[in-house]
Structure formats: structure tokens, C-alpha cells
Write a protein that binds this ligand. Structure first.
Ligand SMILES: Cc1cc2nc3c(=O)[nH]c(=O)nc-3n(C[C@H](O)[C@H](O)[C@H](O)COP(=O)(O)OP(=O)(O)OC[C@H]3O[C@@H](n4cnc5c(N)ncnc54)[C@H](O)[C@@H]3O)c2cc1C
Length: 448
């Protein structure tokens, strides 16, 4: 289903008249509040707080004519910081942030790209609905829903994109498309994993799940023998029923001892079943603190990172997917702590792996863990030296946690035929490579 939003005539130098009221430029009041992201300082020529598809088409036409870099921003929480730029235009979708329940019984909800996942969760809660979307309320809908979405109920409900029913986009030529399994199905395939390369996503329809309350366990373990602990925790997660999803952060605890904090969600209300399911995870290592609560899902997503001023100093991030936390894998992950300010593991597996790998551009459907390690720029080389030995144990990459965008990262994110298909589709939907600022696809396949 496609309609056209005609780009307005573009003056040579200035922005089109239609955008003057929503453009925030250097020198304008409010510029400092919109120029940066969570991880990066920016100096864009204009941040355009778009109101509708027409504004977006106008910005794209202007950027093309004026040969300005274009950046798309939903929540500004991209780890790579690519939702700002220097001297270009930013398409800021924060004003397109409605969340509408279309049909509470079937769980169909329409969510605009500029909403934050914390807002989505809070809006769906009164209807008894939820979408598994990640662990942070500030993250924007558009960035996460065009890449994957590894959330706190992933093992029961899959990735966020596994729930996508349709997506609305403004394409590079200004046309507006609503894509689903029946309409532009190739584009729908590409949007779910590689969406940033194909257009400006403005809204999505998802099928949300009925989620009354969840049981959440926060545990801090002594993890001095980090590899042994990771190996045990990994085995316990894999053996757990799919109601259990666990996210882990390695920490330096009291007295410099290695520690680990886990947030484990049992996405069900049966207290006895939750206790039985969480028990083996608690035995993964000596627990220093352990707290279990029953809570509405939306309470799990903290927010409060606004306004953005590049406050996150860990701007170098490495990402890999892992099948199993075998002893050598766990050793290599433990070694990252010497150079990383943050090492996190998020469990995937179970329902995530129910979807066939060919169903969408995110094709990683055998792995059980998503690993990320982040550090400050001064420790980039040190981190890479420790990341290198991990390679034999990694199986693919989730692009939202990776700040490099080279050939190897593209090939890991989109293995084999997936990358070839994306390159073909890119030529069709974005032949001039307007949307090339985040994990840009090449024009032709890489030489063998
Ligand atoms: C603190 C923190 C916690 C996180 N936790 C999780 C987690 O648990 N699970 C998980 O899966 N991810 C997680 N992430 C990663 C997060 O999903 C990505 O960084 C995501 O891109 C952020 O979305 P955003 O809209 O805020 O990003 P933005 O910074 O606005 O955009 C990032 C990039 O996404 C693309 N993009 C954004 N909006 C659109 C759009 N509407 N159309 C097309 N392309 C678009 C653009 O290329 C842009 O450069 C976390 C990130 C942070 C900072």
C-alpha cells in the first residue's frame, strides 16, 4: 500500500518554508537540548522535529538537493551515537510518539517510532498487554524495532520484531509505504533487522502479549571465579523454562572482587512455578544479595536519561552472539573485564529461536546469549585485544550493541545470503544510499 507525499520545492540554501516552524538550528533556543545523543556530541545544521510524513519527505528532498548528511533519530539512545551528526540534518521523530491499542482482545497495538519503550509499556499496562523490548525505558521505538529488540521476556515471547505486524515508512524518494507480509513483503523482511538502511520508519503495528504481572529476581553474586560462574549461570539459563529470561552485568564488587548482577524475569504469575524456575539460577554462585518481587512489567523499564548530553562515556562497544557459555567461551568473556567498563549478557534462545532464520533480516535463531562489552575510547585497543580471542566462540552479531560498521561486522550481522538479499533490496529502495549512516549496506556484494 503506497501513497506519495510530494516534496515541496526546495530553496537553494535555506530549509523549505514548510519546515521552518519545526527546525531547530544552531543559535535557536532549545538547540542544546536536541543536538546531542546519549553517547555522542553533535553539531547538526538543523534538527527537524517532524510532524508527519510530508515533513519527512521534505527533509529528505532538501537533504538530497543540498547534499547534506541525513540522520534519523527516534529516542536518541543508539549506542553508536549515529542519530546526530555534524553539519547535516536530523530527522527527529520524537513528536510522533502515539501509542494506540487497536484491539485489546487480539493485542494489536500501533506504536509511533518516536515513543520510548517505557512509555509504550506504561500505555499498554492498563490493557493487561506488554511487548518485550529491552531493559531501558528511554530507548526509542524506532531504533530498536528496526534492529531486533532483545527484551526481558525474550525467551517466552521472542524479539520485539517477531511481534511486528506491519511498518509504515517514508522511503528515500519521499513515498510513504505501509509494509506487511502481503504488501512489499521483501521490504517487510528487510525492515525487521536492517530497517535503518531502508527508510524512515514512522509507526509499527505489533501484536502485544497478555502479561498480567511478572516475577523479577535481582541477584548479586560473588563471581571471583568469573568463568566458572558464567558457565554455571549459562547452563542454568539454558535449562530454565522459557518463562525465564535473565540479563547479567559483570561488576567489580567490594574490595575489587569480581561480582555479577542479574535481573531475571519469570514471565508468569504462578508463584510456586516461579520459585522452582528461579532456584537453579540462584545456585549459579554465592549470592551476596537476592531480592524477588512481583511487579507489573512496565515497572521494570527505568528511564531518566533525558536530556542527552553524551552522558554515557562508554562509547566503544563490541557485540557478539553466543550459542553456549562453554568453559573456554566463559574464560574469554571473563577476560574482557580487564579492558571493559561494562560486560553484559542477555539471554535469547527459546522463543527467539522458534522463528525460522529466513523469516526476516535478523536471522540469528540458534544462539542463547547476546554479549556486549563497552569501554571508553582510551581503552579501545585493549578491549579489541581481548575481544579477538572470543571470535571462535561467537556466532553472529546484534548490530544495536556494536559501534564498528565494517565489512566483518556487516557479514556477522547479516550472514551469507541475508546480506546478498539486503544489498539487492537496497538498490531497489534506496538506490542513492541516502540512509547510509548506520551499518551501511554496500552497493554490490563484497568480493569473495
Ligand atoms: C542504556 C541502553 C540499554 C539498552 N538495552 C537494550 C536491550 O535491552 N535490548 C536491545 O535490544 N537493545 C538495547 N539497547 C540498544 C538499543 O536498542 C539501540 O541502541 C537502539 O537503536 C536505540 O533506539 P533509539 O530509537 O533510542 O535510537 P536512536 O539513537 O534514535 O537511533 C539509532 C539508529 O537507529 C536508526 N533509527 C532510529 N530510528 C529510526 C527510524 N524511525 N527509522 C529508521 N531507522 C531509525 C538510525 O540509524 C539511528 O542512527 C540499549 C541501549 C541503551 C543505550
Amino acid at each position: 500500500m503506497r501513497t506519495t507525499a510530494n516534496p515541496s520545492p526546495v530553496p537553494d540554501e535555506a530549509l523549505p518554508q514548510s519546515l521552518a516552524a519545526v527546525a531547530i538550528r544552531p543559535g535557536d533556543r532549545g538547540y542544546d537540548a536536541v543536538r546531542h545523543t546519549y553517547t555522542r556530541l553533535g553539531c547538526p545544521a538543523a534538527v527537524i522535529r517532524v510532524r508527519d510524513h510530508q515533513d519527512i519527505a521534505d527533509v529528505l528532498a532538501h537533504a538530497r538537493t543540498a547534499q547534506l548528511p541525513v540522520t534519523v533519530r527516534s529516542g536518541g539512545h543508539g549506542i553508536s551515537g549515529r542519530s546526530t551528526n555534524d553539519q547535516g540534518v536530523v530527522v527527529d521523530l520524537s513528536g510522533l510518539n502515539k501509542v494506540s491499542v487497536l484491539d485489546a482482545r487480539s493485542g494489536l497495538v500501533r506504536v509511533e517510532a518516536g515513543a520510548r519503550w517505557g512509555e509504550v509499556a506504561a500505555s499498554l499496562a492498563p490493557h493487561g498487554l506488554a511487548l518485550s523490548s529491552g531493559d531501558t525505558g528511554d530507548v526509542g521505538v524506532g531504533g530498536l524495532a528496526t534492529a531486533g529488540g532483545i527484551g526481558l521476556m525474550s525467551r517466552l515471547h521472542g524479539l520485539t520484531i517477531d511481534h511486528m505486524h506491519s511498518a509504515e515508512l517514508v522511503l528515500a524518494d519521499g513515498s510513504v509505504v505501509r509494509t506487511d507480509a502481503e504488501h512489499d513483503p521483501d521490504l517487510f523482511w528487510a525492515v525487521r533487522g536492517a530497517g535503518a538502511n531502508f527508510g524512515v520508519a514512522t509507526a509499527f503495528v505489533f501484536r502485544a502479549e497478555r502479561v498480567p504481572e511478572v516475577t523479577v529476581a535481582i541477584t548479586v553474586y560473588d563471581a571471583q571465579d568469573t568463568a566458572v560462574f558464567l558457565n554455571r549461570w549459562g547452563a542454568a539459563v539454558e535449562a530454565a523454562p522459557r518463562e525465564v529470561t535473565s540479563f547479567l552485568t559483570l561488576l567489580t564488587g567490594p574490595g575489587g572482587r569480581a561480582a555479577a548482577q542479574t535481573m531475571t524475569v519469570y514471565a508468569g504469575t504462578d508463584a510456586a512455578a516461579a520459585r522452582a524456575a528461579l532456584g537453579p539460577l540462584l545456585s549459579a554462585g554465592p549470592a551476596l544479595r537476592h531480592q524477588v518481587n512481583t511487579t507489573p512489567y512496565h515497572q521494570l523499564l527505568p528511564a531518566g536519561h533525558e536530556p542527552h548530553y553524551a552522558q554515557q562515556p562508554l562509547t566503544i562497544s563490541r557485540s557478539g552472539l553466543v550459542d553456549h557459555l562453554t568453559p573456554p567461551t566463559a574464560e574469554a568473556i571473563a577476560a574482557l573485564m580487564g579492558a571493559a567498563g561494562m560486560v553484559q549478557l542477555r539471554s535469547v534462545g527459546a522463543a527467539v529461536n522458534d522463528t525460522p532464520p529466513t523469516a526476516m533480516a535478523y536471522s540469528h535463531r540458534t544462539q542463547n546469549f547476546a554479549l556486549m562489552a563497552a569501554t571508553v575510547p582510551a581503552l579501545r585497543e585493549a578491549l579489541d585485544q581481548r575481544w579477538e580471542p572470543l571470535h571462535p566462540y561467537l556466532n553472529g552479531l546484534y548490530l544495536s550493541f556494536e559501534t564498528r560498521t565494517g565489512r566483518l561486522q556487516l557479514q556477522d550481522a547479516f550472514p551469507g545470503a541475508v546480506l546478498d538479499r539486503l544489498i539487492t533490496l537496497k538498490a531497489q529502495y534506496d538506490p542513492e544510499h541516502l540512509f547510509d549512516n548506520n551499518f551501511a549496506l554496500p552497493s554490490v556484494p563484497f568480493p569473495a
